[in-house]
Design a protein around this ligand. Structure first.
Ligand SMILES: *Cc1c(COP(=O)(O)O)cnc(C)c1O
Length: 380
């Protein structure tokens, strides 16, 4: 059988061998509950807090600013709901008088939560990216209102890989005193990030996007910003999110993240080469009018390409690629056989037809030069 070429790292990545080996004992011999007072519990507690500190350090955050969650979807929903429409509203807050500024191409976990907030009366402003898939800081400034309680703009788009000007946006929002959340799920472990330099108040991330385990993630909350509790009960996570802690998840996540961050310069250079090799090869086999790269001139995540093929159907193409041993994906959401055009591509001003014609190629850190050739040739 032909080896499978996996170029869908933006969807998920395999658990790092190093992280697995580090964390495995915490599923078995070191199985303690971090809330127990005996030695097993103490080991679990210390390990958990060490992981928290390690994860914080990679982002320039203090240990107590990191809160563990089941992933980015949970963390996104928590922050949006808690800040925009707290269940136990402060006396001064009327949900009907709250504005949230976000974008038209956020991940569905943000998008659907914003839609539900709208149904509860919150006014949401959706900024549109330019054709290159980038949000303008001037648009953010122009959208701010006296009742804007939160701005939520992703660090890197999950369909396009385009990087948003979050340093500029962070500076603006700090000046204006508006709370800034960024869904950095595609960026953490893939580009250098420092929450203080970027003036971020809330950041969300998911371990399985950087070779950590699935079902584990975290949020960063700036120490002087309030966050209402999400799950009450055992007072874990400083009373914010109760439930027995996932020590395996925390250890594996800390190990995977430090491993990725240490290798960043090397990985970045290698993935950029693969991306260029794929484009070169495609240009050899296709004419330049046959396809385009969305956000070609924008800053993007390394090894990340969204390709629009003229007159082709993205869903059919990814199925064909799969038959030829290449795992890529399309931005289009498929629900019960009905393929919708990508909301993200539509937001960049592309037509419905174009928004159905894209294939996302995202190289993972273990990709090799042959993978780039295999992807281009499978398209033939
Ligand atoms: C994958 C992803 C999520 C969801 O993360 P889960 O941990 O799988 O819930 C959220 N936002 C972005 C940008 C993502 O890429």
């Amino acid at each position: 059988m032909k080896p499978i070429v996996y170029v869908d790292a933006a969807a998920t990545t395999p658990l790092s061998e190093f992280a697995f080996n580090r964390a495995l004992p915490f599923l078995r011999e070191d199985f303690g509950n971090a809330s127990s007072r005996h030695s097993h519990g103490v080991t679990a507690r210390q390990t958990l807090e060490e992981s928290r500190r390690t994860i914080g350090e990679t982002l320039g955050a203090r240990s107590e600013e990191i809160v563990f969650t089941s992933g980015a979807s949970e963390a996104n929903a928590w922050i949006l709901n808690a800040i925009a429409a707290p269940i136990v509203a402060a006396p001064a807050i009327n949900v009907k008088d709250v504005n949230v500024v976000s974008t038209a191409f956020e991940h569905s976990s943000i998008w659907e939560t914003l839609r539900s907030l709208e149904r509860r009366g919150v006014a949401v402003t959706y900024l549109r990216p330019n054709r290159d898939g980038v949000i303008s800081t001037a648009d953010v400034a122009a959208a701010l209102r006296p009742n804007t309680r939160l701005v939520s703009i992703m660090t890197a788009n999950n369909e396009l890989g385009t990087l948003q000007p979050i340093a500029e946006i962070g500076r603006l929002l700090r000046e204006r005193g508006v709370v800034f959340h960024t869904d950095a799920t595609q960026a953490v472990g893939h580009i250098p990030l420092n929450v203080n330099e970027l003036n971020i108040d809330f950041l969300t991330a998911s371990a399985h996007k950087f070779n950590g385990p699935k079902g584990f993630g975290f949020l960063y909350r700036r120490h002087d910003v309030d966050l209402p509790a999400f799950i009450l009960g055992g007072s874990q996570e400083r009373g914010l999110r109760s439930g027995t802690e996932n020590i395996f998840g925390a250890v594996a996540t800390a190990a995977a993240l430090t491993e990725n961050v240490a290798a960043l310069p090397e990985t970045t250079a290698r993935l950029c080469n693969l991306e260029n090799a794929l484009l070169r090869r495609l240009r050899e086999v296709l004419s330049s009018s046959d396809f385009s790269v969305v956000g070609e001139s924008a800053a993007r995540l390394p090894g990340f390409l969204n390709l629009v093929f003229n007159g082709a159907d993205g869903d059919t193409m990814t199925r064909l690629l799969d038959l030829r041993g290449v795992c890529a994906s399309t931005g289009s959401a498929c629900s019960s056989g009905d393929v919708k055009p990508s909301r993200t591509l539509l937001a960049t001003g592309r037509s419905e037809l174009e928004a159905r014609s894209s294939v996302r190629v995202s190289f993972g850190r273990s990709a090799v030069p042959d993978d780039a050739v295999a992807v281009a040739d499978a398209r033939k």
